[in-house]
Design a protein. Structure first.
Length: 263
């Protein structure tokens, strides 16, 4: 059986994962905001696969979820030319195993659908999945597999960037928890506001979702995304931090749709 390449195109990074059956054997990233041609994507991808001891001829299929439309033409062209197959794209018409019952299902980003699939398939419902990415998103899956609600907030990095870009005297700082919330100088003051502010927001939104949905403590809370570990370690409101949730969701969707595709 061949390997599967899964691709998560985010606003900041493009994350690649390679699966052999259900095992994630390697991951690597590219910057998403740097313009590239299909050949540049293809050559970079081929070299990254080689560096991770994965032969391009061992990849039987690829699936992509993207929130950045303007990279898709070049990226899909690279997959076709350098890997020899047409990638599966998460979007309308693809089987996910969940139902989206929000007011306008087509507005739900592919990344959020993939996270919801991963959380529901791995942990069951009701489940709230929080993705700490460029934006921080909170998406609720019901016990019977319905994507029923979503909340979108600025991510920690967006908030930090606003602080140092829109104020004359505040510096760019590392995003980490300071020793105390009782900060006494500028850098730890900003870190306290960013990190403890995110923790407070997270706990409040989780509490409100539990209350308004009626699920209470029956609702599982799963976190993922780059800064998810930092926040999840600081609050008991999050039960599990799952770093590979998005990539696992992509693999699960690929498996649901692979019949009839060329191996």
């Amino acid at each position: 059986m061949g390997k599967i390449l899964v691709v998560d195109v985010g606003n900041t990074n493009i994350t690649f994962g390679v699966y052999e059956k259900e095992t994630l054997i390697t991951t690597f990233r590219m910057m998403a905001k740097q313009p590239r041609t299909s050949d540049e994507y293809g050559i970079s991808l081929r070299e990254l696969l080689r560096e991770n001891n994965v032969g391009t001829d061992s990849i039987e299929g690829t699936i992509i979820a993207s929130v950045v439309p303007n990279v898709m033409h070049a990226l899909t062209g690279a997959i076709v030319r350098y890997l020899g197959h047409t990638p599966m794209i998460v979007g309308p018409g693809i089987k996910t195993g969940i139902r989206i019952i929000t007011e306008n299902p087509r507005e739900i980003g592919a990344d959020r659908i993939v996270d919801a699939v991963g959380a529901y398939e791995k942990y069951g419902g009701p489940v709230l999945v929080i993705d700490f990415g460029t934006a921080t998103t909170y998406d609720l899956m019901t016990e019977d597999g319905c994507f029923t609600a979503g909340i979108t907030a600025p991510g920690i990095r967006i908030s930090a960037k606003a602080l140092w870009e829109d104020t004359a005297r505040l510096p760019e700082v590392e995003i980490k928890k300071p020793e105390s919330i009782l900060a006494q100088e500028t850098i730890s003051s900003m870190q306290a506001g960013l990190v403890y502010g995110q923790i407070g927001q997270t706990e409040y939104i989780i509490r409100q979702v539990k209350e308004e949905s009626g699920y209470g403590d029956a609702m599982k809370v799963i976190a993922t995304g780059g800064l998810g570990r930092l926040i999840s370690e600081e609050t008991e409101a999050i039960q599990v931090y799952d770093s590979s949730l998005t990539l696992d969701g992509l693999r699960i969707i690929y498996e649901k749709n692979k019949k009839g595709r060329r191996a």
